[in-house]
Design a binder for this molecule. Structure first.
Ligand code: GLN
Length: 185
């Protein structure tokens, strides 16, 4: 299975060892042609404003939205979750394919990572060390969105059909639980 890593900016390379271990083939996607070749896509953590700028410049927004709407599985990590959301900081989101309202940098602007233990019942995890780096907070969700994990009361791992989002960075841990879940979508 060809798994695209949106490689315009950010932490896309960190997903490669996980995908290799899961038996999937990672492909760095930087344009529309690359996008058309992959079976699913990870939008990595990084800086959502920079990724948005490149996606607009390279004409990738419409083709990507169309593929997601036609059922391609997509996983947004942190900045990737921001790109997927319907509303960010009170304004229209970039892709608008996740029925969620987010606030950027809501947990502070720390550069150092903050590992917080979360429960993820869908993956059978009781104490998963979730790494948050300048993460967005998910403020509200439509009922069509399932919450798989929370940080205190805030949703941090959500799913709406073929779209999943984590506001933390599973690719920075050495396990493959989240990658396996994504590959099974
Ligand atoms: N704060 C970043 C943004 O707003 C997201 C940080 C991250 O992806 N780790 O895009």
């Amino acid at each position: 299975m060809l798994v695209g890593l949106l490689g315009l900016q950010g932490a896309f390379l960190d997903h490669i060892p996980h995908l290799d271990r899961c038996g999937a083939t990672p492909v760095v996607v930087r344009d529309i042609q690359g996008l058309s070749r992959v079976d699913r896509l990870i939008i990595p953590g990084g800086e959502s404003t920079v990724m948005t700028k490149f996606m607009v410049e390279f004409g990738m927004l419409e083709p990507l939205r169309a593929r997601i709407n036609s059922g391609m599985p997509v996983w947004g990590v942190c900045a990737g979750a921001i790109l997927l959301a319907e509303q960010v900081d009170g304004k229209s989101g970039v892709l608008g394919v996740l029925s969620a309202q987010l606030t950027r940098n809501a947990y502070g602007r720390q550069i150092a990572s903050d590992a917080i233990s979360i429960r993820v019942p869908v993956l059978g995890l009781e104490n998963y060390p979730a790494i948050f780096i300048r993460a967005p907070r998910i403020d509200t969700l439509d009922p069509s969105v399932t919450v798989h994990a929370r940080r205190e009361i805030d949703p941090v791992f959500v799913q709406e059909g073929n779209v999943i989002a984590t506001t933390f960075h599973p690719e920075l841990n050495s396990d493959d639980f989240f990658h396996r879940y994504f590959l099974d979508l």
